[in-house]
Design a protein around this ligand. Sequence first.
Ligand SMILES: [Fe+2]
Length: 197
Amino acid sequence: MSVDEILAIEEEVKQLHHNPVQASHSFSRLDAKTTFTGFWNIHVKPVIEISKALAKKYNSPVSDSVWLAAIFHDIARLSDEEPHDEIGAERAKAFLNERGLDGQYVKQIILTHRCKKHRPETLEQKILATADAMAHFQQPFYLWYSHISNKSLSEQFKTMAAKMEWDYYVKIFWDSERDVVRSYYEALKRWVNGGEL
Ligand SMILES: [Fe+2]
């Protein structure tokens, strides 16, 4: 695929986030447009950029598939559906197939990005899982999450504490990438474990 073709798909998916069909979301106290515009800018777009950089660094022979998987990886969140890895993987494949593209490998990459029921095995699967985790540290993701969340602050801290451990130790597949986010991880850990609420 050409760069322009993938950029056109990225723009299409960006517009789905900036103009969501559904009006509200189960995890957000804000309207869906505000929630998902922020989600694209603070999470999905950075995951795309980190994924592309890692695909280059680790010489993925199918970097286009990594890019596409990053674009679509949280697409099922837009429709509030879980498990969003499995549902989003199918949705990405269908989207690409409808345009005459083969979405099978992209589907496989998205399927393992949470490292839950399905674990990464290929280089490309490891790249997306790693990028997804790194973006949670390198962006003010948790500040955004706290802003949109309908949970109490103490509940948010519990969620954050578990999520950051999972991201740091399970989802990041290379020590060099863990080193990149170490200072963020350590600071966030002090915040959520040290604060009296
Ligand atoms: Fe994500």
